[in-house]
Design a binder for this molecule. Structure first.
Ligand code: BEZ
Length: 203
């Protein structure tokens, strides 16, 4: 399998953490590419018409995207504990947390693009504030249930860890821990997992 990859992408990281947790990381060839929303990659565009990473090319030539589909696919390729619980409350909790964390990331990345990529004279402060408010509400929601995370390792907690860590990586909200001690303490433990350590983006 070949994974189109950028070391800074938290969605790529989530897929890679899933690969490590499922014991599949060594079967994935990494194809690192450079891209931004305004500079796409021709090779990637051939595999994923949306031009987005991660994209996973399978042995039969099929390409899977986005990160949710890739993570779920990887979870069908191993015999260990499921990252996507099969059914019941456990499943919907994991999927809801996954969606919450991905939404947090969508808003955080839009903030990053708006402040880093967009020329200063074209920035829209209200829009940045709206995205920031969105990811802060998502963090508050994670804080509200962090005590229930315990030692759970599933797609919900993996996504939550990758999302919160991205805020630190891009310094998008340096004070986020101050009002969210439970998620901060949980992240400290989760981030020590070998899967998270192996996928840490370089500063
Ligand atoms: C980043 O550099 O922060 C980034 C890179 C790829 C996708 C999303 C974010």
């Amino acid at each position: 399998m070949k994974l189109y990859h950028s070391p800074a992408s938290p969605f790529v990281r989530k897929a890679l953490v899933a690969a490590h947790e499922t014991g599949l990381a060594e079967r994935i060839e990494i194809a690192t590419i450079a891209l931004t929303p305004v500079a796409s990659n021709t090779e990637l565009n051939r595999e994923n018409p949306l031009g987005k990473i991660p994209a996973l090319v399978l042995e039969d030539g099929t390409t899977l995207f986005d990160s949710r589909v890739i993570c779920e696919y990887l979870d069908t390729r191993h015999d260990g504990p499921r990252l996507f619980p099969a059914d019941g409350r456990e499943r919907w909790t994991a999927l809801r947390r996954h969606a919450l964390a991905d939404g947090l990331l969508d808003a955080a990345i839009l903030c990053r693009y708006e402040t880093f990529l967009r020329p200063e004279e074209r920035r829209w402060t209200d829009w940045i504030d709206g995205q920031r408010a969105k990811f802060r509400r998502a963090l508050d929601a994670l804080e509200g249930e962090a005590n229930d995370f315990g030692a759970t390792v599933d797609i919900g907690t993996i996504a939550a860890a990758c999302a919160a860590d991205y805020l630190d990586f891009r310094s998008l909200d340096d004070g986020w821990r101050d009002r969210r001690p439970r998620i901060a303490a949980w992240l400290e433990g989760f981030a020590a997992r070998p899967s998270m350590q192996a996928t840490r983006p370089a500063a």
